[in-house]
Design a protein. Sequence first.
Length: 629
Amino acid sequence: MLNHQINTSINDLVKKLRTMQSNDGSWRFCFESGPMTDAFTIILLRSLENQKEEWLIQQLVKRLLHKQENTGAWKLFHDEIEGNLSATVEAYYALLYSGYVDKQSENMNKAKTFIINNGGLTNTSNFTKIILTLTGQIPWPKHLQLPIELILLPHTAPINFYDLVGYSRVHFAAMLISSNLNFNLKTSRTPDLSDMVIERFPNDVEFDSDEARYIASTIKEEITKLLEFPQRLRDFALKKAERFIIERIEPDGLLFSYVSSTIFMVFAFLALGYSKHHPLISNAITGIKNQVCLTTNFLHIENSPSTIWDTALLTHALQKAGVPESDEMIQQSTNYLLLRQHMLYGDWSFNNPQTLPGGWGFSDINTFIPDVDDTRASLRALKQTVLVHPQYRSSWNRGLNWVLSMQNTDGGWAAFEKNTDKKLLKYFPFDAAGRVLIDPSTTDLTGRTLEYLGNDANLFLPHPQLEKASQWLQKNQEKDGSWYGRWGICYIYGTWAAITGIMAIGMDSSHSTIQKGVRWLLSIQNDDGGWGESCYSDIRNKYIPLDASTPSQTAWALDALIATYDKPTEAIQKGTTYLIESILKNHWTTEYPTGAALPGGFYIHFHSYKYIWPLLTLSNFRNKYEHLS
């Protein structure tokens, strides 16, 4: 009975995905997050006094209003208690600035009350503070007014600009320009939010720990050394920051392919004296508009489209489901992926200069920002194509060499850059600094890279790089047997990646490391057979149950168990039954954000995940156990 249900579900998913493929061979699903990108876009367009985008503003207003809770607040995830202050400030501000919402309406009064009761504007996250500062609602916080000369410090300095990971660098470069010029932009339509400033800046000190004060003094000392240069040092630094940004604008007009950094970039250009109609600003607005996706009934600005990620994962899952390489659907998707392999050097090469480009990025608009996860996902998707068509072997080899070259000295893999993990920066006064300013090795990246290297590149223990990675994973296992995953929610995500990764390179399922992980997964299985974990795990750095099951987290946990058991256990059968049923559900659990980016500030509902992970896990179940029936 269960085998029949599995086959039916796999066939239904494959048929559905055939109808959803784009003409270029990709799958284009919405990368949905909270209010930030929609709100920031409205605020930017109003700040530019752009009258041509009224329809877009109206559509974004509709989504923001739909997402508001009865309490007046906005949430980033379903079980977030009461609401999220920063998200509420962003949405409230944007709605007022749009001009389409009455400030005295009941829902806006509720939002205002929530904001005031939770500390007001100056108690928000740094990202929110920046947009408030750029538009004149609050003064620049001291801890965000680092000297622009920071960008001039040499790589040999104890702390330098390039210690930040690339996606943080581009945001910081734009912020440094605006903050050093003390820039803000108000228009005749800018709302006055001064009645929501409860405290000027609670705890607003530049650096409030010994480690943080060391950072501050070191930066100042290193900048003092630069004073031997001409007096126009500050102007030189501003010019360098401007050039740094311009060199990282993608062909579509976005900075580093992110809407958030692009919005900060536009304000930085305005601070430098650019006209509101400058081509770089006009192109940026066009790029932002091109990130519109349809959630279900509402338009939403994606911070960065997930087209490569979704297409690579789906291509691999479909082949696992039995769709042959010769199928037109697979040929179209692999051709799409082959055309998007990177051949340009990017910031990843700062710490890895001897390696040729050959990776893939997250977005199809991305041309020079590859990452390890998308590269190994694309390579897995292309495996059968390369076997059948040897002319693509060179692309495969370049990608494989790039992945191997990106291993950190500690043995793990990070997402974007190599050895960009200076621990001192975790004391920097920025939200979740230790996880967003640097790019350390993570369980999810290391585990999934090993899974690719073992299952697809045919590398096994003993191999020096794999051995080092295996040791890193074992060292970073939690006492309860789980692993923390950085880019997904969260301990289920990391545990799945670690178990499947170390098993792929040859570790036996009886090994104590794997058994501890399996026992933990079994201990948190829900009564309905599924698994579910709250976004609070990402905030509190410990496993927090969701008290409900989600399709993607259930698929991850099941996939790890399937990898370890020779026969389907009762837990696997029960979980598989739930997973099959969840495919047809229309419930908040199927929309729960299981992608992570900024702890406590940015979570992602991948619309593709209801297809990718159930299809892959059910296919792995069938491929491993069908001979037993």
